[in-house]
Structure formats: C-alpha cells, structure tokens
Design a protein around this ligand. Sequence first.
Ligand code: SF4
Ligand code: SF4
Length: 117
Amino acid sequence: MDYSHETLELAEMIAETCTGCKRCMKDCLFLQRYCEDPQELFQRFLSEGLEPIIPYSCMFCGRCAVVCPLQLKLDDAFLSIRRDMIKEGLPLKQLKSVELHQKLSISKLFTTVNEGK
Ligand code: SF4
Ligand code: SF4
C-alpha cells in the first residue's frame, strides 16, 4: 500500500513527537481500544501499516488536539490515511452495505416518481 507524502509526514511527526502522556486517550474510547498510546500507534503504522478499521474508527471530534500539550492533530492523520486507503480501493468492508443501500435507493425497482396527483 502506497501512502501519500502528507500521510507519511503527519504520521512521522506524531511518531516522533508524541510523548505518550495519554491525555488524549482519557475520553477517546477508540484510542483506548486500539493502542498503547498514539506514538505506539503511529510507529506501528509506519512499520507495518494498520487494519482499515483503525483509521475508520476515528470520529474526527478533534478532542485529542484540544487536550494535547503539543496540539497533535491525530484526526488529520487518520483522515489522510483514509483518503489513501480509498484511493487504493480499500474502503472499510462494512461500508459496502452503505454502497449497496445507495445503489438500491436509486434503482428503478425500489423507487417511484411523485407525479403530484
Ligand atoms: S479526533 Fe479521533 S482520535 Fe481524536 S479524540 Fe476524537 S475520535 Fe479520538
Ligand atoms: S496528548 Fe498528545 S502527546 Fe499526549 S499521548 Fe496524546 S498525542 Fe501524545
């Protein structure tokens, strides 16, 4: 999987500067579930990549950057990883059901025209 220059820069910055203080993890169930701390997570990403479920689980609430003493924007990094994954045709498997729902929603079989009668 090829990641963009932007993704790698963001990931390297977090992997190199995060102190592992875990302040961002206090209110983030996602981070609590998937890592020891963001430094460990982004070091792992740089060395072996991540399961798509991980970047897709960030809700982009921005809370981490507010409480981080270094204002590290983890959400920017997860968004960038997601963009790269989409480009490589690697959306989260669960999103296939959304795609199917959208296809069915506009299919002639399941729609009707409101003729205003
Ligand atoms: S933006 Fe993502 S990583 Fe940051 S606190 Fe919210 S859910 Fe957690
Ligand atoms: S608050 Fe910032 S420095 Fe502390 S663990 Fe989270 S990302 Fe790293």
